[in-house]
Design a protein around this ligand. Sequence first.
Ligand code: F6R
Length: 605
Amino acid sequence: MCGIIGYAGQRPAVPVVMEGLHRLEYRGYDSAGVAYVRRQGIGVLRAQGKLMALEEKLASESAVSMCAMGHTRWATHGAPSERNAHPHTSNDAAFVLVHNGIIENYQEIKAALTAKGYVFHSETDTEVLVNLIAEYAKTEPDALHAFAAALREARGAYAVCLMARDEPGVIYAARMSAPLILGLGTGENFVASDIPAFLPYTRQVVFLDDGDIVRLSASGHDILRLEDLSSVVRAPQTIQWDMQAAQKGGYRHFMLKEIFEQPRVLADGLSGRVLDGDVLLTELDALPVPRKLHIVACGTSWHSALWGRYLLEHWAKVATQVEIASEFRYRQTLLLEKDDLVLVISQSGETADTLAALRVAKEHGAQTLGLCNVLGSSIARESQAVLYTQAGPEISVASTKAMCSQMLMLALMALYWGRRKGCLATEERRAIIADLEKLPIVLEQALPAMQHKARELSRKYAQARNFFYLGRGHCYPLALEGALKLKELSYIHAEGYAAGEMKHGPIALIDPVFPAFVLALNDSMLPKVVSNMEEVQARQGKVIALTNAGVKVQAEDVWIIPDMPGFLSGFAALPALQLFSYETADYLGKDVDQPRNLAKSVTVE
Ligand code: F6R
């Protein structure tokens, strides 16, 4: 899961590619590199570390060119180092390649090439692939045929860009189970892992399919099928959002901006979906109400799914099972039956395990529904039906507004199926929808004070080495999410627990320096949560209680957030958890938008 970009046009290509890499850096940031057409051959520059290191190297080069490509890496094969950084060059210097993904049979290919005398300077699968292309070029008529022949031999997932020394001004690209999008400009063309990489220059895009190969130059592009190099035409689409959405807009970090965007995300998500006290989900009209629903996802999207289960079972009476995609895909899914619906949730729509789980579900003959944020992503395209969240581009590696948008869609699904099944009284449904419509404004007003409180608490607790996050009912998945955010951003060990489980073991860990963040919201579970909180305090554990005005709780710190009825209180609790993690990480000097060892889109298993 890396970011790649290629450019052919009239502008100085290296700055265009570098700008694009900055917008792709969320996909990986342990090393980076560029390749560009020179008067003689292809110039390559690479550096370990963030893009700044590459920029420093470029400052002393005169990398003037109209055609270039670049890569920002999240290491899979081989440690982060300059040697393993892309682009990789073939032994004969005729081909240069950047690659996002994994070539699964690279060891086999490497052994065969080594026997033929090829020498490898890195530990990457990419260097193997570029040399395989060079090998095929000895017998194939041209670079295109050599490229296709090598890709037919490679197994795995990839999005690649190739430059051939003998075809300056041309970029070849191909996609197989990894995102790749064409950007069509006037007198210039782009190819990249994600749209923001070229959005300042064009909004006309073509989403490539698996098995597509592209030949791109300043004057045009051809799309061919890998199997037989037959031409295909794919209609361009116009992207509606603009660069504003993909920039920080005055905030210190993307994460903070994205947390503060949540009122807008809720308003956009509701727009066109609620009308006269009813929910419109026309995408689902043709599907039966599921007898059984299986939700599959990873990470934060999995937490949304766990939260949604409470609403789907309560409002729609749909039996719901939630699974981690990396487990689901390899399990004997005996429970899966033909008329079950499998809902796969993924912000990026490219997460490898979730995509694989979707394919497993299809093999079992189950109906599939995708809930994605990224338009044209693999999961969106491969699901039988798709619902899009309206979060807009999420750049910060840690997911925030995407979870809010997924929770909203799950709430709408529960209301929609509840109506279709006739198990949710009209009055109750209308009251919930009216409350949902109030959410954007309530949150908008509450967020500044929430940030203030989060900052104050972060100063007090930033030195903790461990944290519990406790909740019950729908607040349990939120506790899991709070813990995930704290650990991934601030590197403080945090565990989310169902508060009722503490006494079955974990409470042994509690001592005066092991605090607990307790979700004690004003709902039916409150008395139980308060008892669990008292059990922690009885063992000298310090508690931050996230609660609502009027609730009587005794705790070291009490944090009052807006009171929304029932499950909807989750929408107010979520930003509080996000802001506490954000402020703690920022106070500790951590890289909030790009935490160590992570990447935004996990396109490898
Ligand atoms: C955590 C985070 C990850 C993602 C997970 C799934 O902040 O961002 O846990 O939620 O990698 O990603 P998607 O939703 O793109 O499938």
